[in-house]
Design a protein around this ligand. Structure first.
Ligand SMILES: [Zn+2]
Length: 340
């Protein structure tokens, strides 16, 4: 399988992460991508560099105000008295406030969901490269490849049209899906990251042409907390085109594969021309952030089942944090997928 990769992700080196009130090291480290790349290369897959698709595909998903904010905020932030090197919000609009302010501290809160998306000097450049990785993987599939894998970093599925969050800035899978819609009638997104793909859901929630299904840990006591529930099924023209399958914490291969059958059956009824997979490995039993217990065998079984659906498939890397199993989980996923 062709593996799309750009080393530009190394310019994004987030430091801040707040867990239970304590500032700890941010787990979304460059070593994740290095580990995944080494595993793919070691398994004999071909590594290709992405083309530059320009601003158009980003602007087809994200608002111009938000893109301008992301591109310029780090430089502007440096002009604030006493500003830290990284942009981190200290206020967010609550349920009763919605106005977009003019001041920078307020804008940072407006355009971020949480403190887990610090913006450093190289974040914008890395996020743009990550979106190009996803777009290139999609373009390979549009050109006839049965599947391609975009080794995206930073990840994307928590980013909304106008808001970063949860280590994500540009929604790579949404940008790739929208790009594919220029030549395909319908696409589906299957999100198997341990966290609900709230940004992707938000972007396509009222759209009938992009079906979204997410398998994830129950958000009642897990990120993103405020959505990802079964009763969220889409709205307006998109009613019935959103499927959330939250899993009890501690669930393993059996529960994941049962939910996957439900998701694939729903995707099949939507009759998409291609599927994009938000591929997180943080559902692994070895993941430091995860609360599910999927084994290496489980990821291989998931891959076989997705491949058996027989759809052109774009694999987009989302989460999955440093553990001894991270690279092996990708290698096993890709091997099982290709054995279809
Ligand atoms: Zn995740």
């Amino acid at each position: 399988m062709q593996i799309v990769y750009s080393p530009t992700h190394e310019k994004h080196q987030p430091k801040t992460f707040i867990r239970r009130g304590t500032v700890v090291a941010n787990p979304e480290v460059a070593a994740r991508a290095a580990t995944l790349l080494a595993a793919a290369r070691g398994a004999g897959h071909r590594i290709v560099a992405p083309d530059d698709f320009g601003a158009g595909p980003r602007e087809a998903v994200h608002g111009k105000d938000y893109l301008d904010f992301l591109a310029t905020v780090h430089a502007r932030w440096q002009g604030l008295a006493g500003a830290a090197e990284e942009v981190v919000p200290n206020i967010h609009p609550g349920r009763h406030m919605a106005r977009r302010p003019v001041g920078l501290a307020g804008l940072v809160g407006y355009h971020t969901a949480d403190t887990a998306c610090p913006i450093g000097a190289g974040t914008w450049e890395a996020a743009v490269a990550s979106a190009n990785v996803a777009l290139h993987a999609a373009s390979l599939v549009l050109a006839g490849a049965p599947a391609a894998y975009g080794l995206c970093r930073p990840p994307g599925h928590h980013a909304y049209a106008d808001m970063a969050g949860g280590f994500c800035y540009l929604n790579n899978v949404a940008i790739a899906a929208q790009h594919m819609r220029s030549s395909l009638r319908r696409v589906a997104i299957l999100d198997i990251d341990v966290h609900h793909g709230n940004g992707t859901q938000g972007i396509f929630y009222e759209r009938p042409d992009v079906f979204f299904a997410s398998l994830h840990a129950d958000p009642g006591d897990y990120y993103p907390f405020f959505c990802g529930y079964a009763e969220e099924t889409g709205a307006g023209a998109g009613r019935g085109c959103n499927l959330n399958l939250p899993l009890a914490h501690g669930s393993g291969d059996r529960e994941m594969l049962t939910a996957l059958e439900t998701a694939l059956a729903a995707i099949g009824r939507h009759a998409p021309d291609a599927v994009l997979v938000s591929l997180g490995f943080d559902a692994s039993e070895h993941d430091p952030l995860g609360v599910l217990k999927v084994s290496g065998d489980g990821f291989a079984a998931i891959a076989r089942r997705i491949a058996a659906a027989g759809l052109p498939t774009v694999l987009i890397q989302e989460g999955g944090y440093m553990s001894a199993a991270l690279g092996d989980n990708l290698a096993r996923f890709l091997a099982a997928f290709e054995a279809r």
